[in-house]
Each structure stands twice: as structure tokens, then as C-alpha cells.
Design a protein around this ligand. Structure first.
Ligand code: SAM
Length: 260
């Protein structure tokens, strides 16, 4: 099982924006307070931890041991989360669950076969919920959506970093999650958007950059400190005030089988 985020987990846990209370509340209401939910590609528990307070149980699964360690640490006394090392290829080996959530993780998977397998595993009424940045913004493959991303892109190129993605993901195939779901057994979809205003400082933007798989500390290796120094200088040269604002919009897309 591959850890694509080598050394990024502490940065991910600290600097990646979480989801708003309203988004998690909506997800929990949609899935139901008695449900047992699989959080697939849970990372450091970005969804699992706040969701666990609102549902019966969460199975938090990730192939990266470092992410799971951050999740266990951040969860503290939360007792209804089971943290499991695993990935989208071992769904049949997992304890039973009624719904699946995937936050910014579905694009790493063989999406078509995951949906076919979930059709066999989920009970009637079971939902597949995806939380992702809206199509317009938010992730590094839309490189210039934010002013600082032009700077980050330039520095990444200088250090030979290339945004890599899973072979069958949207970025490789052009197929959006919506299209993938529409052609799957889970073709009945409901979508809601939630926005948050974020304020970044230079340490936050550097931490955010180190949280991405393609510029993780493991990928940077011996270049890590030079990269951080160069990025800091470049960001501050571009914006000496050292403060950036972002309206981050995410989509909660809940898909079920038609007629349920
Ligand atoms: C961008 S993080 C998302 C973490 C968290 N769900 C969130 O919403 O912030 C993507 C996660 O997917 C995991 N991942 C990558 N490939 C996976 C796969 N095939 N099956 C399950 N998880 C996978 C990575 O280890 C990583 O922790």
C-alpha cells in the first residue's frame, strides 16, 4: 500500500483547511445519526473526527500510516472511530458499513471499480458522499486560481516538482466525479456548496504547500530547507504584506441508487 504523502501528514493536519461545521452537519443529517460510516482516504481525520460526534460510528481508513497517526492523535478521547490501515482495494475486508464518505480522496482511486464494489457492499439506501473543492477552485491542478499559486507554481517548477495524479483520475481522464457517478449504480445525486473565508500568512502557505503529495517533505528530500527558503522569499516578494485571503468553496455531493 503506497504512502503518497511521505512526511506531509503533520503539515496536512495543521495547515489544510478543514470543512465547516455547516458542511459536516449537513453530511451527518443526510447520513443519519445511527449510521456506521466508512471514511475512505481519511487522512488525519478531517471528516472522521467531527463526523464521529454526530453518527454512531466511523471507520477511518487510509493507506498512509503517518496520516492515521495524526488522526489518532487529534481524535484524543473520541471513542467511536476505528482507525484502519487500508485502501480502496481492500473494501471487502473491512467491517460492515452503511455509507461511505471520501474527502478529497476519490481522485486517487480506481473510481469505476470502487463504485462497482460499493454497489455490492452498501445496503439499500447506502450513500456515497464526496467532499471536494468546487470545480472552479481550490486544488493545485488549477494552478492559478489564487494569486499565490502562480508563485508556488514557479518555485515548484524551479525545484523540478511535478503535480502527479492517479492514472485514472479526473486530471488524467477529464471525467469529473459527477460524470463517473452518473454512469454508476449511484446515479441519483444531491449537491450542496459551502464557503468559508480563510486568511493565510506565509507560514500557512508554506505548510499548505508541504501538505501536498507532489511537494511533500519526502519528495523534496535534501531540497526541503532550500525549497522552504525560496518559497518564503518568493511569496513575500510578491506580497510584502504577507497576508492572503481566500474564499474556499467546497461541494458535498451525496449519491445514492435511484429510487431510494
Ligand atoms: C488529500 S488527502 C484527504 C484527507 C481527508 N479525507 C480530507 O478530506 O482532508 C487524500 C488521502 O487519500 C489517501 N489515499 C490515497 N490513495 C488512496 C486509496 N487508493 N484508497 C484510499 N485512500 C487513499 C491518501 O493517503 C490521503 O491521506
Amino acid at each position: 500500500m503506497e504512502d503518497l504523502f511521505g512526511g506531509a501528514a503533520p503539515y496536512y493536519a495543521r495547515y489544510r483547511p478543514g470543512y465547516s461545521e455547516a458542511a459536516i452537519e449537513h453530511l451527518a443529517e443526510t447520513l443519519g445519526s445511527h449510521s456506521r460510516v466508512l471514511d475512505l482516504g481519511c487522512g488525519p481525520g478531517t471528516i472522521a473526527i467531527p463526523l464521529a460526534r454526530r453518527v454512531r460510528a466511523v471507520l477511518a481508513v487510509d493507506p498512509a500510516q503517518e496520516m492515521l497517526a495524526e488522526g489518532r492523535r487529534l481524535a484524543g478521547g473520541v471513542t467511536n472511530i476505528t482507525w484502519l490501515h487500508g485502501d480502496s482495494t481492500v473494501l471487502r475486508a473491512l467491517p460492515p458499513f452503511e455509507h461511505v464518505v471520501m474527502g478529497r480522496s476519490f481522485h486517487w482511486m480506481d473510481r469505476r471499480s470502487v463504485l462497482m464494489e460499493l454497489d455490492e457492499l452498501l445496503p439499500p439506501g447506502g450513500a456515497v458522499a464526496l467532499i471536494s473543492p468546487t470545480r472552479q477552485q481550490g486544488e493545485p491542478w488549477q494552478p492559478d486560481a489564487q494569486p499565490w499559486q502562480r508563485v508556488e507554481r514557479r518555485v515548484c517548477e524551479e525545484f523540478g516538482l511535478d503535480i502527479h495524479t492517479a492514472a485514472n483520475s479526473f486530471h488524467a481522464t477529464g471525467e469529473h466525479h459527477h460524470e463517473m457517478l452518473a454512469a454508476s449504480p449511484f446515479s441519483s445525486m444531491e449537491s450542496r456548496e459551502f464557503s468559508r473565508l480563510l486568511t493565510w500568512n506565509v507560514d500557512g502557505l508554506i505548510g499548505l504547500q508541504l501538505s501536498y503529495s507532489y511537494s511533500s517533505p519526502a519528495r523534496l528530500g535534501d531540497n526541503l530547507s532550500a525549497f522552504v527558503k525560496t518559497l518564503r522569499q518568493a511569496l513575500l516578494a510578491d506580497n510584502p504584506a504577507g497576508q492572503w485571503e481566500q474564499t474556499l468553496a467546497i461541494e458535498v455531493l451525496v449519491a445514492r441508487r435511484p429510487g431510494r
